[in-house]
Design a protein around this ligand. Structure first.
Ligand SMILES: CC(C)(COP(=O)(O)OP(=O)(O)OC[C@H]1O[C@@H](n2cnc3c(N)ncnc32)[C@H](O)[C@@H]1OP(=O)(O)O)[C@@H](O)C(=O)NCCC(=O)NCCS
Length: 175
């Protein structure tokens, strides 16, 4: 049985190992990474799929500011499913659970960079993110948005910026 749950602190290495297996490290070179590095995931929105204790899927959402007025939103990604379990609906389950949790926490909108034909089924579309830009190169047709709260992305324009809580350096943590 597969269970979707918040990632436990001791699963950080296993989650990154799955992302490395799926993306071969390319997730660390993407423009979206500039919004993630040095930040903690959004509260309650770093999710894993577990099968018999092993991680078979991951999805993480991050706090961002959506454009010049800094309205809050979320960046989704990476989303990764164990290659051996593809096509069985696990990716969709991770998407639906994470979006429901985001809505439950009062978030207004989600953006991501990904394949529009996959994400359209969850309501993502390029037009919704059309006024926004990312801090680095990106393909406009792969930069997608979804309003959880109707109208949240209306008039959103300018740069998406990192808003997540900063990861504490060991020196700070000890202070
Ligand atoms: C994309 C991914 C998360 C989907 O997970 P999954 O569990 O296989 O997805 P689901 O079972 O929910 O959905 C499968 C459906 O999505 C389609 N699909 C999968 N990847 C797709 C893509 N990149 N573009 C369009 N459709 C895609 C499949 O063809 C299948 O279609 P069907 O329902 O008509 O048969 C998974 O394939 C994966 O980890 N891929 C590599 C990493 C990646 O691309 N992550 C997303 C960043 S863009």
């Amino acid at each position: 049985m597969i269970v979707i749950d918040e990632r436990r602190p001791n699963e950080a290495a296993a989650a990154e190992a799955l992302r490395m297996r799926v993306f071969g490290g390319s997730h660390l070179r993407k423009t979206s990474q500039r919004l993630r590095e040095g930040r903690l995931p959004a509260a309650g929105l770093d999710l894993v799929a577990r099968e018999d204790g092993a991680l078979v899927g991951v999805v993480t959402l991050w706090n961002v500011g959506l454009g010049a007025d800094g309205r809050p939103g979320l960046l989704l990604g990476p989303l990764a499913v164990d290659p051996e379990l593809r096509g069985a609906g696990l990716g969709a389950q991770l998407m639906r659970v994470s979006l429901a949790k985001a809505a439950g926490r009062g978030h207004g909108a989600v953006v991501l960079v990904g394949d529009a034909p996959y994400y359209a089924r969850f309501g993502f579309e390029a037009a919704a993110a059309g006024g926004l830009t990312l801090p680095g190169p990106f393909e406009r047709e792969r930069f997608l948005g979804l309003e959880i709260e109707p109208g949240w992305l209306q008039g959103a324009a300018g740069l998406v910026t990192p808003h997540g809580q900063r990861v504490m350096e060991p020196a700070q943590a000890a202070a």
